[in-house]
Write a protein of this length. Structure first.
Length: 277
């Protein structure tokens, strides 16, 4: 067993952020989202086995009251879907805590049944399993979510299935990008609103390389970026951030008009869901 470093993952503000770590030595994530900041300076998480992750979480138990899975890679994407679900199950059996996970993958019916069982088990102990499904585009800019990332329509259907099976759900329609119109983001939310407890947006953390790759067909001089550091990772990099003020304003207005719980950060969204009975 590897030595468990107390700073192996990221724990702060009562959150423990973990993952299964890199897929291979040369391939960090099964997916290759064009806007992903993990490729550009985000700290990489360790490649621990499930029992090592559980040990780490137990050692640091007093430092968090919720666990986030997949902060740096999509742990649930093939070929590790079964392992990630096993991790969820082992955490739920060993630690009394709320859990949230984020993915772009599609689950088979037997996977959804396992997630339902984990959720039901946690509910019986007054804890919640929250599934966050990322959908960053609908009909434009296909290049930002290349194959094998499942099509947006399939992920919308997945949200419906998860909600029907009793999971708490979030739509992560993020990050907001300058190449996608606000109407497209609103259309995603419109198509998912009956299947989610909350909707998440987020500013885009980028660097010059990511900006050039994403914004290659528009005038970058007309886009406003601000310099920021992350408060959800220990890296000290100064990122070029697109705050998408116009998109945020329009999405906020739409969600307010339609009684949709919309947040630009995951923490208040999760706190809202944790308050539900």
């Amino acid at each position: 067993m590897k030595t468990i470093n107390s700073k192996a993952f990221f724990i702060d503000n009562n959150r423990a952020m973990i993952s299964l770590g890199p897929l291979t030595e040369f391939n960090y994530c099964p997916y290759n989202c064009a806007f992903c900041y993990v490729k550009s300076g985000f700290n990489k998480y360790p490649n621990f086995e499930i029992n090592e992750i559980i040990s780490y979480l137990k050692i640091n138990r007093k430092k968090y009251n919720i666990i986030y899975i997949s902060g740096d890679t999509d742990s649930f994407a093939p070929p590790r879907t079964n392992k990630a679900i096993e991790l969820l199950e082992k955490i739920s059996k060993n630690i009394d805590v709320d859990i949230t996970f984020t993915t772009r993958t599609l689950f088979k019916n037997e996977d959804i049944e396992k997630l339902k069982n984990i959720s039901d088990y946690m509910k019986a102990k007054n804890y919640k399993l929250i599934a966050s499904i990322s959908i960053s585009r609908l009909y434009s800019s296909q290049f930002i979510e290349p194959k094998p990332i499942p099509e947006p329509e399939s992920r919308i259907e997945l949200l419906k299935k998860l909600k029907e099976n009793g999971l708490y759900t979030m739509l992560a329609v993020r990050p907001f990008l300058p190449i996608i119109d606000s109407n497209e983001y609103i259309e995603i939310i419109k198509r998912c609103k009956n299947y989610v407890d909350a909707v998440l947006g987020e500013i885009w953390y980028a660097d010059d390389e990511l900006i050039n790759d994403i914004c290659k067909n528009i005038n970058k001089d007309k886009i406003s970026f601000v310099d920021k550091v992350m408060d959800f990772d220990t890296n000290k990099k100064v990122w070029k951030c697109y705050e998408a003020e116009n998109i945020v304003k329009k999405v906020t207005e739409y969600c307010k008009q339609n009684n949709i719980n919309f947040y630009m950060r995951s923490y208040p969204a999760i706190e809202y869901i944790r308050s539900l009975v």
